[in-house]
Design a protein around this ligand. Structure first.
Ligand SMILES: C[S@@+](CC[C@H](N)C(=O)[O-])C[C@H]1O[C@@H](n2cnc3c(N)ncnc32)[C@H](O)[C@@H]1O
Length: 242
């Protein structure tokens, strides 16, 4: 199995440390489930440790990066889960669905193997966090790869969708995590933590404008209200199907 994440050099250990506040939101969404499937599990971020958990991950490289002691992992793709019907109390898929080649089939598979809740952390592609003012390529990418919010209801039946605000000091360096630390986006190492920056071809012009606006104080004038916030609705959404 060849997987996109085999060739991207994302330093998950340093750049993508799970954020404890987001972990709490996922943990409580899983309710009383005792057995949990984590699809697109990556290196194991957000996997609850007090439940019986099996991880599914297609990338050999991501599997290799899992720390010793993390849950058992099976190399497989979301659209073909190697489990019997109703095998798990709950399942989760965190910041992964946009990478699946067949999203509808992946969610159908999650529904098949899950007796109870399906918990997804994803992004609403109609959101326009401030970084897209500089890099509209990111908004175009999100529109192309992210399911819309109404897709989830069509594919899973009734769902509850709630915003997951991003703390200003979020430890998980996903794309919009640095909303109150704008200079971070000028750092190529920080950018390497997000698959979106690997996917967009041209970021130089937008980053040049961001650097200029940070130097002249224009960024601060334009987005001054952001600097007063502790957390920001960048567009991340928790989707829960019962
Ligand atoms: C941004 S990472 C998220 C990893 C982890 N869930 C987390 O929160 O840190 C996206 C993950 O989705 C995985 N992925 C890509 N295609 C997939 C597929 N078809 N089925 C399941 N997972 C997939 C990637 O290999 C990668 O590990």
């Amino acid at each position: 199995m060849t997987a996109k994440y085999d060739s991207m050099g994302i330093n998950y250990g340093e750049l993508r440390r799970p954020d404890w506040r987001i972990a709490g939101i996922i943990e409580s969404a899983l309710g009383s489930a005792k057995t949990v499937l984590n699809v697109g599990a990556g290196t194991g971020s957000y996997e609850p440790i007090d439940r019986s958990l099996i991880a599914v991950e297609p990338s050999r490289e991501m599997i290799r990066k899992r720390s010793p002691g993390t849950a058992k992992v099976i190399q497989a793709s979301a659209d073909s889960l190697p489990f019997d019907d109703g095998s798990f109390d709950a399942s989760m898929a965190i910041l992964t669905i946009h990478h699946w080649p067949d999203k509808k089939a992946g969610l159908r598979e999650m529904r098949r193997v899950t007796r109870g809740r399906i918990v997804l952390l994803t992004f609403d592609p109609s959101s326009r966090p401030w970084l897209t003012d500089y890099l509209p390529e990111l908004a175009a990418l999100d529109e192309a790869q992210m399911p819309t919010m109404s897709d989830y209801g069509r594919w899973l039946g009734p769902v509850q969708i709630t915003p997951v605000p991003v703390p200003h000091d979020c430890s998980d360096g996903f794309l919009y995590a640095y909303w109150r630390r704008p200079a971070a986006y000028l750092d190529a190492y920080i950018r390497s933590g997000s698959s979106s920056f690997w996917a967009i071809a041209k970021a130089e012009a937008g980053l040049h404008n961001l650097r200029r606006d940070l130097e002249t104080g224009e960024w601060e004038r334009r987005y001054s209200q952001l600097l007063t916030l502790e957390q920001y609705d960048a567009g991340y959404r928790l989707v829960v199907a019962s």
